[in-house]
Ligand binder design. Structure first.
Ligand SMILES: CC(C)(COP(=O)(O)OP(=O)(O)OC[C@H]1O[C@@H](n2cnc3c(N)ncnc32)[C@H](O)[C@@H]1OP(=O)(O)O)[C@@H](O)C(=O)NCCC(=O)NCCS
Length: 180
């Protein structure tokens, strides 16, 4: 298992992965596959050039992804948003998600003061995972997302970047296809 940073040239493959993730776990995300279609490939390509997006690879397969975006504006740029965390079902519990989150936190270190994310209130596994990384709930949004079963709440979580245990060792991120 190794972690790599995505470039804009990986946009198409990223969107295939993301589409499969959103389809397989529709209740876990605030976006639908149709939203990505509306956003379009070029907007995603720009996002991959701006955001820090990482994948975990195993034997050439992508088994997990996650992204970090920095908020913009003089008054908001101290904040980073973790988005799109996903690990394929057969690799959950394998440490792939830990590799992703560790890399995103390391990327934020020295650049941003705090990180935030949203998670569906009934996504107990993801909430437990985020808590393990020092994220705390600071609020919730009632009826935030319209899902098949009706409106669902989201939790808002945050952590200071410098708080919590520093991840052991620096995380070296080769660009995809660069190393070995
Ligand atoms: C969220 C996700 C990336 C986390 O990756 P993961 O490999 O499952 O995470 P881990 O197994 O390392 O950690 C999950 C934790 O939840 C615990 N857990 C597992 N099932 C649980 C459940 N039903 N309720 C509560 N906790 C649960 C695990 O024991 C583990 O905690 P521990 O390390 O203290 O034992 C992954 O589950 C995933 O891709 N889920 C579907 C997509 C998703 O929900 N993305 C997040 C959108 S905000």
């Amino acid at each position: 298992m190794r972690i790599e940073q995505l470039d804009p040239e990986h946009t198409e493959r990223f969107l295939v992965y993301r589409s499969a993730a959103l389809s397989a776990d529709p209740d876990s995300f605030r976006f639908a596959v149709s939203d990505d279609t509306v956003v379009g490939v070029e907007a995603w390509r720009k996002r991959l050039s701006k955001d820090h997006v990482v994948v975990v690879c195993n034997d050439g397969q992508w088994i997990g992804v996650g992204g970090l975006t920095r908020l913009t504006g003089a008054k908001l740029a101290h904040k980073g948003l973790i988005w799109g965390m996903h690990v394929v079902p057969e690799e959950r519990g394998s440490g792939a998600a830990k590799l992703i989150m560790t890399a995103l936190i390391e990327q934020a270190r020295g650049r941003m003061r705090q990180l935030q994310l949203t998670v569906m209130a009934d996504n107990a596994r993801a909430i437990a995972f985020y808590r393990r990384f020092g994220f705390e709930q600071y609020g919730s949004e009632p009826a935030s997302v319209l899902r098949d079963g009706g409106y669902a709440d989201e939790l808002l979580m945050w952590r200071l970047v410098q708080d919590g245990k520093r991840s052991p060792g620096a995380v070296f991120l080769p660009r995809l296809g660069e190393a070995e």
